[in-house]
Design a protein around this ligand. Structure first.
Ligand code: UD1
Length: 419
């Protein structure tokens, strides 16, 4: 079983290049089911979730190959399958994002109903309500969800919550529908703008991504043109390295980032006393390591992202004072707190909030990552803790961070991956 071994106490310094955005690339790969010709996607991170999505798509009848490092060539074959393989859907929830593209392209899709999740309940009712509103017939039975439609018709859809996945799936399903679909209270994440841009390159007519209203004018067919697309940098990976610099009292420069995408984080960190300097696509973060505790409220974009909540909690565990971290996106996302407490943190969870009383020091311990971002939080705690931390559950971290041990080592951390 893989473990990460970290000896804490090293201040990070140097430069780090941020990889392509996991949550954009997975959706662009699913979107490639609609490609009539072939497409190239660049800046694809070599992470476990990308490898899983490659397998999902191969099973559905898509040809994928690595052209070179970080460059995927994708070409759907004629006659796609409509059933996504159970074990892959179980492994990666983002597999549900093939539903919208398949429904609009071949009129049916079936997959294993993704169940509960360690970070809280993650139903897909909003996705399915959207498909139904567009005229699809949806059946949920024997643990599967099946959707079919001979014709989809544009409609106005108001989402109860700005769900990222539902916005993306409904957007995809509406592309070849008859008439115009308007999604209101849509999610506004930068990854959704990526998808709009990608689909429009294929010949779709979508406007408004990045705002709460997205308008999709259905087209009879997409163009048979090759598309070459470069994915945006990963704002969550960037945020994790920023927080690593903050917790170790280091100074690092992130290369190739879009600073506007994580302003919710940097504005909060400035309040804590971290210095942030932007120079074009690069950002330098400098921290004395003595941070002021602040309260953080997790909200959909452009609010503070839930995918940085555990890492921020780790940083606040060493801050001066008490901070209140309130999670409004995923109810069950505090499962890692017991592990931080094992390292000496003083955190109490009350419902949707964590009360974090800053302590003077954390001490290295054997801990287990319960999920991807919680794993990153434990890495940050390990970097700042006295002595050695051993992290199990590394496969979760591999799902979303490209070569994390190499990148952190190059910044001066004492970290190694033990097989
Ligand atoms: C995506 C991201 C994930 C991020 C999350 C929120 C990917 C692959 N994953 O997940 O990293 O943490 O956005 O920024 O892009 N909900 C429902 N019904 C639904 C759909 C969602 O009740 O049909 C609820 C969820 O339970 C959750 C909230 O809406 O409480 C947000 O979920 P959503 O935005 O859909 O997250 P994902 O798309 O699954």
């Amino acid at each position: 079983m893989e473990q990460l071994h970290i000896v804490g106490g090293r201040r990070l310094h140097g430069q780090v290049r941020i990889s392509g955005a996991k949550n954009a690339v997975l959706k662009l790969m699913a979107a490639s089911l609609l490609v009539e010709n072939e497409c190239i996607i660049r800046n694809v991170p070599l992470i476990k979730d990308v490898l899983t999505m490659i397998e999902v798509l191969r099973n559905l009848g898509v040809e994928l190959s690595w052209e070179e490092e970080a460059v995927l060539r994708i070409k759907p074959k004629k006659g796609l399958n409509y059933v996504a393989p159970d074990e892959l859907v179980r492994e990666m929830r983002a597999s549900v994002q093939v539903m919208g593209p398949l429904l609009t392209k071949i009129g049916k899709v079936k997959l294993f109903q993704p169940g509960g999740c360690v970070i809280g309940q993650r139903p897909i009712d909003l996705h399915l309500k959207g498909f139904q509103a567009l005229g699809a017939h949806v059946v949920e039975e024997h643990g599967y969800v099946y959707a079919e439609a001979s014709k989809l018709k544009g409609v106005d859809i108001h989402l109860d919550f700005p769900s990222v996945g539902a916005t993306e799936n409904i957007m995809a399903a509406a592309i070849l529908a008859e008439g115009t679909t308007v999604i209101k209270n849509a999610a506004k994440e930068p990854e959704i703008i990526e998808e709009q841009n990608f689909y429009n390159r294929l010949g779709a007519r979508i406007r408004g991504a990045g705002t709460d209203t997205i308008r999709i004018e259905g087209v009879p067919a997409l163009r048979s043109v090759p598309v070459d697309y470069t994915v945006i940098p990963d704002r969550i990976e960037a945020g994790t390295y920023i927080l690593a610099a903050a917790i170790t009292g280091g100074e690092i420069t992130l290369l190739d980032v879009i600073p506007e995408h994580f302003e919710a984080l940097t504005s909060k960190l400035k309040e804590c006393g971290v210095q942030i300097q932007i120079d074009g696509d690069n950002m330098t973060v400098a921290s004395s390591g003595k941070l002021k505790a602040i309260d953080v409220t997790i909200l959909p974009y452009p609010g503070f992202p839930t995918d940085l909540q555990p890492q921020m909690t780790a940083v606040m565990s060493l801050a001066d004072g008490t901070s209140l971290i309130t999670e409004n996106v995923f109810g069950g996302r505090f499962r890692y707190v017991d592990e931080l407490v094992r390292m000496g943190a003083n955190i109490r969870v009350e419902g949707r909030s964590a009360v974090v009383k800053g302590v003077k020091r954390l001490t290295g311990a054997a801990v287990i990552a319960p999920d991807l971002r919680a794993g990153a939080a434990l890495v940050l705690a390990g970097l700042a803790a006295e002595g050695k931390t051993v992290i199990e559950g590394v496969h979760f971290i591999d799902r979303g961070y490209e070569r994390i041990e190499e990148k952190l080592s190059s910044l001066g951390a004492e970290i190694s991956l033990i097989n």
